[in-house]
Design a protein around this ligand. Structure first.
Ligand code: 26W
Length: 811
């Protein structure tokens, strides 16, 4: 986009006046942010229009990424960056006395996701647009995003995230594109022209209203769409007869309205535990039905026949949450387009593909038959028929293996297994890292792999280097460009050219200086916000991610307590000073996770206030972890903690963001850590702990006893007793849950088992960090290899191997 700063200045002044009748002097930063963002949206509107026009005119294959979560964070900076007007905007604003960074801080994070899965969806949108592929997001416009976390007295307190309160500058409401989604009611089979049809009756209607957000590609004219659906009553407020007999009385009418709107009211804050809430199931069907209806409506406008849908449309399902896509697409084809079953099934399976993001049993979605039957009777009939045909096929293939058939059936024991339905009803199933895909094939989904080997494939996750390097670490990005030129910005794999400079002193010094500056800036923020002084000369050792027992924040904490105990015994102990930084939200109903947060804060308080250890270690828990905080903390990390129990973390994507910013990973051989190791080599990552195979063996033969380790390892014994005895300054019962988890319930995630190996790995870190040249060389090597984990690469593989989608140049 070609825009000079004079034009931006003029347009911005006009916009402020137009929107608020204010000039730059009078307007608040928030008004300036709103006016500036709406100007940027205006700047991209023509390309948005052109992209859509061109896609439709040529009936280009469209990819629709269906996800319950899009954790996009802030958009102002990334939109400017992708439009190519970041510098011009900065200068224009500066000349008007405005600092772009102040406006950025006014933007609320769009926190429409829990963690990795939601952030991945956001990185993928950025990559699809930046590659120049017609790929769009479809999700829910939650009124409340992921809760805001406050830490009060060491405890997590959740506060509603009313992010839309003051408006969302990036969205466009599209009333004319609203569709109706039906819930409940009855279904009657009727014969019409010799065809069995199904009539729906007595259902409730909900209006799904789309809000579109532009997804701007990097320097390429492409503007795709993230379409988020909001639930409303079909009648407007004026038409809703608040006193009519339909609703009994006024308060009933109000209740009705609020019940409808509750569908898109709040993002469920759980990741990895399915709670089986009716409202969540309604959310799933709501956006799936709205999304598919609108896709078909827009597809038919190209004039192509419905039977060719799969040639022009790919629907990708992000985990099982949107799995009702299979029966919903079938429903529309069968009942509305009057296509026969076999042909409808052919179209559906060729259109739909699915990504699995977890093997944790408690996260695998199963919904009770009765619930589905009541909420969506016609959808249930279709699922039943899909299951009947599938089981019939299984009986032919495995005539004597009834237990296998029971395991694979879609409906069993009064429940619908969503993953099974997707594997049968789609053409592709992928895991998100090599190990994860292997585990799916050899264990969790092995029966399906045997039946449909051709459907299974791996797509290792990726991250957008635009947000996670260019935007989050501008000085590093600039220095990389000075060193190897700027082709890496469009082609992140070119970062590998940095490798030949990894031993150059001048490059090393500059890299070191940039990291140090980032650390100093962060230390200043911490001092002014939390009143805690941290030493930028210390190692910043960072673990930021959702709080979950399998991610083992406790292991990290045990190492900290171990160091603390050693320092208490010998305050002159020679350890390199370290600042341990945590940030994590816990699901509000996950009590163990919340106790761990309290424990981290309690240990932190004890250590940070203990003068006797001479500030050698500090522990920081940053509240309210979110995308915008990640952008600030990741560029200053020296150490990236990726210490999940091997086999449990499907991939991880934080690991990639840290390496891209030059942190060294301390890792178990889990998820994408393995691929990071394969890229950078054993000398440039520090690994420890049991392998996935060992973990799975131990789980299988039940050969593990945590109390044995507790009784035999003095270091662990002491730490556990300190937690339980009140030594930390809390009552002795405060952490009983944690004790029970580790000792009484035999430490499900092998924290005690991996402790010794982790301590040794941390000793290696301590030694390596003292050798500055070596350390920075490792750091550069990591940055150089990080291009491999750009989501642009990942998306190109999805496009070629799953979606059969092509790039489209927008003129
Ligand atoms: C409430 C049910 C539920 C269950 C699972 C909600 C959300 C989930 C997600 C699958 C959790 C999740 O975010 N998984 C993460 O997905 C990332 C992207 O693929 C991976 O990098 C992480 O390893 C995986 O934990």
């Amino acid at each position: 986009m070609t825009l000079n700063k004079e034009a931006i200045k003029k347009d911005f002044n006009k916009k402020l006046m137009h929107m608020f009748s204010e000039d730059v002097e009078d307007a608040s930063n928030f008004h300036k942010y709103l006016a500036f963002s709406s100007l940027i949206k205006e700047y991209c509107s023509e390309n948005w229009f052109k992209s859509n026009k061109q896609y439709r005119k040529n009936a280009e294959k469209q990819v629709y990424y269906f996800s319950m979560e899009f954790l996009i964070g802030r958009l102002l900076r990334s939109n400017l960056l992708n439009l190519g007007i970041e510098k011009e905007s900065e200068e224009a604003l500066k000349e008007l006395g405005v600092d772009l960074r102040d406006l950025e801080e006014e933007e609320k994070d769009a926190g429409l996701g829990n963690g990795g899965l939601g952030r991945l969806a956001a990185c993928f949108l950025d990559s699809m647009a930046s590659i120049g592929m017609p790929g769009h997001g479809c999700g829910i416009r939650y009124k409340y995003g992921l809760f805001e976390q406050k830490i009060i007295d060491g405890y997590q307190v959740e506060i509603p995230d009313n992010w839309l309160k003051d408006g969302n500058a990036w969205e466009v409401r599209k009333d004319d594109k609203a569709v109706i989604v039906r819930f409940g009611g009855k279904v009657n089979p009727v014969m019409k022209n010799d065809r069995l049809n199904f009539e729906y009756k007595d259902y409730d209607e909900v209006l799904a209203v789309p809000y579109d957000m532009p997804v701007i590609g990097y320097h390429n004219n492409t503007v795709n769409t993230l379409r988020l659906w909001s639930a409303e009553t079909v009648e407007s407020d004026d038409e809703l007869d608040f006193s009519s007999f339909n609703y009994g009385d006024y308060s009933k009418a109000v209740q009705y309205k609020s019940a409808v709107e509750s569908i898109s009211k709040v993002l469920y804050p759980d990741d990895s535990h399915i709670q089986g809430k009716i409202l969540r199931l309604k959310q799933q069907y709501f956006f799936v039905s709205a999304g598919i209806q609108s896709i078909i409506r827009s597809y038919l406008k190209t004039g192509k026949p419905i039977n060719d849908l799969y040639k022009h449309v790919a629907i990708h399902i992000n985990d099982t949450h949107p799995s009702l896509s299979v029966p919903e697409l079938m429903r529309i084809l069968l009942d509305e387009k009057e296509i026969e079953w076999d042909e409808a099934w052919n179209i559906t399976t060729k259109t739909i593909s699915y990504t699995n993001h977890t093997i944790m049993a408690e996260a695998l979605e199963k919904w009770p038959v009765d619930l589905v039957k009541n909420l969506f009777p016609r959808i249930y009939m279709i699922i039943e028929e899909i299951n009947r045909r599938f089981v019939e096929k299984l009986c032919l293939s495995y005539p004597n293996e009834s237990s296998k058939i029971t395991k694979m059936a879609i409906i069993n024991n009064g429940e619908i297994r969503m993953a099974n339905m997707l594997i049968v009803g789609g053409h592709s199933v992928n895991g998100v890292a090599k190990l994860h895909t292997e585990i799916l094939k050899s264990r969790e989904l092995s029966d399906f792999y045997e039946l449909y080997p051709e459907k299974f494939n791996n797509k290792t996750n990726g991250i957008t280097h635009r947000r996670w390097l260019i935007q989050a670490n501008p000085r590093l990005a600039e220095f990389i460009t000075e060193t190897i030129g700027d082709r890496w910005r469009k082609h992140p794999k070119k970062l590998i050219e940095l490798l030949k400079y990894s031993k150059y002193s001048s490059v090393q010094d500059k890299m070191d200086e940039i990291k140090k500056d980032n650390k100093i800036k962060f230390a200043n923020t911490v001092k002014s916000r939390y009143g805690i002084i941290i030493d930028p000369e210390s190692i910043y050792d960072v673990q930021v991610k959702r709080l979950h027992a399998y991610k083992r924040q406790i292991l990290n904490l045990f190492h900290i307590m171990y160091l603390y105990n050693k320092l208490k015994e010998n305050p002159n102990l020679d350890i390199f000073p370290r600042t341990f930084i945590f940030a994590a939200k816990a699901s509000p109903s996950y009590y163990l996770a919340k106790d761990i947060i309290k424990l981290i804060n309690t240990v932190g308080k004890k250590i940070n206030n203990d003068k006797s250890i001479k500030n050698k270690i500090k522990v920081l828990f940053l509240e309210n972890y979110r995308v915008s905080l990640a952008e600030k903390i990741i560029p200053c990390a020296d150490i990236s903690e990726q210490i999940s129990t091997a086999s449990k973390e499907a991939s991880g994507t934080g690991n990639m963001k840290f390496m891209m910013n030059g942190a060294i990973t301390i890792a178990t051989l889990d998820g994408a850590n393995i691929e990071i190791r394969d890229e950078v080599g054993d000398d440039n990552i520090i690994t420890f702990g049991m392998s996935a195979k060992e973990v799975m063996e131990l789980e299988k033969n039940r050969g593990y006893s945590s109390s044995q380790i507790y009784n035999n390892d003095n270091r662990i014994h002491k730490i556990v007793n300190q937690i339980m005895s009140g030594y930390l300054g809390e009552s002795s019962g405060e952490f009983r849950n944690i004790y029970n988890h580790l000792i009484e319930k035999n430490d499900e995630y092998f924290v005690l088992k991996d402790f010794d190996s982790y301590v040794k790995a941390q000793e290696i870190v301590d030694g390596l960090y003292r050798d500055r040249k070596k350390w920075v060389e490792m750091s550069i090597t990591n940055i150089a290899h990080s291009g491999e984990f750009s989501s642009d690469n990942t998306i190109l593989k999805y496009a070629r191997q799953i979606w059969n989608a092509k790039k489209v140049k927008i003129y």
